[in-house]
Design a protein around this ligand. Structure first.
Ligand code: FE2
Ligand code: FE2
Length: 161
């Protein structure tokens, strides 16, 4: 996981404090897209991560209304954060460790590795293609070889992480 700057971390910290679980009508929309294990992985996320995933998916949906695969990738990209089960303060500390290149282990390491962990969960749940690729590499600017660079840029911009 890469981090851009301290100001970015501060913005993310305060944004996370405001985040709430999706409202009932949003949960209905999510249930129409995610089923089975994918739905379970989404629901296992903390409310702030569900909020972030939904916001990301809404932005993708507006920009690419006929691309359900991209919307799905946006909804699922951070499911790996459930492995660390860290709150806002713990995440900020883990991110600061990464920024300062301080070695981490345990839940901090799991948080910083949430892309790979989430991609593994999604692959085990039967997901593939851009859903798994975006979960695995969503902190990387360059698109993987098999992924359209404009799709990647759209997802990355919507994620804003
Ligand atoms: Fe992430
Ligand atoms: Fe994200």
């Amino acid at each position: 996981m890469r981090f851009r700057s301290l100001p970015h971390l501060v913005r993310r910290f305060f944004g996370s404090l405001r985040a709430r679980r999706p409202r009932p009508r949003d949960q209905i929309d999510i249930a129409a897209i995610l089923h089975g294990e994918a739905a379970r992985l989404f629901a296992a996320q903390r409310p702030m991560d569900q909020h972030h995933a939904l916001r990301t998916a809404r932005q993708v949906e507006i920009a690419a209304p006929h691309r359900p695969d991209l919307v799905r990738a946006a909804l699922l990209h951070d499911v790996g954060k459930a492995h660390s089960d860290l709150g806002v303060v713990g995440r900020s500390l883990a991110s600061l460790c990464a920024l300062a290149r301080i070695p981490t282990r345990g839940r901090f390491a799991a948080y910083l590795d949430h892309g790979r962990l989430g991609a593994a969960d999604l692959a085990a749940a039967g997901e593939s293609g851009i859903e798994v690729a975006f979960a695995a590499h969503h902190h990387v600017t360059e698109s993987p070889a098999a992924i359209d660079p404009s799709d990647w840029a759209l997802l990355r911009t919507a994620d804003g992480e």
